[in-house]
Ligand binder design. Structure first.
Ligand SMILES: *[C@@H]1O[C@H](CO)[C@@H](O)[C@H](O)[C@H]1NC(C)=O
Length: 496
């Protein structure tokens, strides 16, 4: 029945004529997408056959613009393909240096722009190797995302890697397929163990020496989980600050969160700043948040930013400081507090500026008023909604203009005084209004305190129990198999 088939075909095509432009419009309003696969030829043909209205061409043009924007997410196109290898330094362990992949890598279309990232990690005593591995797994993801990454892994020379450990790390870096043009190189720099806390500053030398060879710079302690999403969010916000009038008064950074455990609150928590320790600032028509305690054990800068910081305060020189706070300075404090800027995080995508502090222990060891991240995010969503309606009550002012910044009037009561007068420990704050003398207390979070007590009790019980357990040495217990003829275990004997 040819006529009936014909009628059905017509009906089908009419349906497609309605549905496809609708789908296109829906697709176009989804916002920019990174690495969108190209429309397949067959789908494209179908579109041509069905609909040839101007709306369709507008849809295509919009889609094209989106793809172009997606290409721009990681900034400008680079001409140089990859960082040059450096093998001269004697303290670099040459066998451990991996330089990956020749120039045969074919770059897929619509990938990020293969920015070059110099990523320094301080793993002084290597006690957090398990966390370092998590970080390196994400470095592989950065490579797969198209970044050309060089990791400078700083360790103390008192505790070198074994050949087996080196092989393992090298194999991990080599596992990046590089299919979007990314690379992953690892250099181990063994520093003099006598440097102690000064070891955390050593990355500044390499950053300065190689400043023109990379586009992005990250320094991190060996337990902060930095992922590709953090880098992408940073690059986007950084370009917004660079375009904004007062952008040079601020510096972007991350804040740390931890997990309070399955079976406990099962939430992400933060312990370094309570909800009221964040104050809004307005930069270039966007809302950002600045905080009382800017420490995060990690920082990042683009090349342009790092050059500006270095010009402003010689940030890549190693200062003469001693003691444990040197580690905090190296971890970003100098940049956030001593370099003519203040640290901010964008409010609109705050969660992509929160990095996981992998040990998950500070919230219960160092704070009585840890705040649940969902509560903090809800607080910022409220800010966003009010800000969008024209409300500016959460904006605190410009910090560099005396009398303009709301926080100028507020003084944090020192920890010792706070503990003595209010019995409140940890990262919880008490504010004093310099003008009125009035004090505001960030109350300890009762739920977090209870959860912390549970974790503490488990920890204590665990270490008591561990004292009574001896580690049993077993032969051949490395998981390998042996021939059953050589096996003299009880299982086989009993089984006959
Ligand atoms: C500090 O106290 C003064 C005087 O009572 C008041 O006007 C001002 O708003 C207070 N500042 C803040 C930030 O609360």
């Amino acid at each position: 029945m040819p006529s009936r088939a014909h009628a059905w075909t017509l009906r089908y095509l009419r349906l497609c004529g309605v549905a496809l432009p609708l789908l296109l419009v829906l697709h176009a309003t989804r916002g920019p997408t990174v690495r969108e696969p190209a429309v397949s030829p067959t789908a494209d043909d179908a579109l041509h056959a069905v609909d040839a209205t101007p709306a369709r061409w507008r849809g295509f043009a919009r889609r094209g613009r989106q793809l172009l924007r997606a290409r721009d997410i990681f900034g400008k196109k680079e001409t140089e393909r990859r960082p040059r290898s450096r093998r001269s330094e004697s303290r670099h362990l040459p066998a451990f240096e991996t330089e990956r992949r020749g120039s045969t890598v074919v770059r897929a279309d619509a990938t990020p722009e293969n920015l070059r990232l110099l990523y320094a990690i301080m793993a002084y005593d290597r006690k957090q190797h398990i966390h370092l591995l998590t970080m390196l797994h994400s470095a592989v993801s950065m490579c797969e995302g198209g970044l050309r990454v060089t990791i400078l892994l700083y360790t103390a020379d008192s505790n070198p890697y074994t050949p087996k450990e080196r092989e393992e790390l090298q194999a991990l870096c080599d596992s990046c397929t590089g299919r979007t043009g990314g690379t992953l190189a690892l250099e181990n720099i063994a520093v003099d163990a006598q440097l102690k806390f000064d070891a955390t500053m050593q990355h500044r030398k390499e950053f300065l020496r190689r400043i023109d060879e990379y586009d992005l710079f990250v320094y991190s302690e060996d337990d902060v989980h930095i992922e590709l999403r953090h880098i992408a969010a940073y690059v986007e916000a950084s370009s917004h600050l660079a375009r904004s009038e007062d952008g040079h008064k601020y510096v972007l950074g991350w804040q740390r969160l931890e997990r309070n455990g399955i079976g406990l609150g099962a939430e992400h928590v933060m312990w370094e700043n309570g909800v009221d320790n964040y104050h809004g600032v307005e930069v270039g028509g966007r809302l950002y948040a600045t905080m009382v305690n800017p420490h995060a054990g990690a920082w990042m800068a683009t090349r342009a930013e790092l050059k500006a910081h270095h010009k402003q305060c010689r940030i890549l020189h190693i200062p003469k400081t001693a003691g444990s706070f040197t580690r905090v300075r190296a971890g970003g404090w100098n940049l956030y507090m001593n370099c003519g800027r203040r640290k901010v995080l964008p409010v609109r995508n705050f969660q992509n500026f929160l990095v996981h502090h992998l040990p998950d222990k500070n919230w219960w060891q160092r704070s009585e008023c840890a705040v649940a991240v969902p509560d903090l995010l809800a607080h910022f969503r409220g800010w966003n909604e009010r800000y969008a309606r024209g409300d500016r009550s959460m904006v605190c002012g410009r910090w560099w203009i005396p009398g303009d910044f709301c926080r100028d009037e507020l003084q944090v009561v020192p920890a010792g005084e706070r503990k003595k007068r209010f019995g409140i420990k940890g990262s919880c704050t008490v504010w004093r209004n310099r003008t009125s003398g009035e004090e505001t207390i960030t109350l300890p979070n009762e739920k977090m305190k209870r959860l912390a007590a549970i974790v503490q009790a488990r920890e204590d019980a665990g270490s008591r129990a561990a004292k009574n357990l001896r580690v049993v040495a077993s032969s051949g217990g490395d998981g390998r198999s042996i021939s059953s003829r050589r096996f003299r275990g009880s299982m086989l004997r009993h089984g006959g």
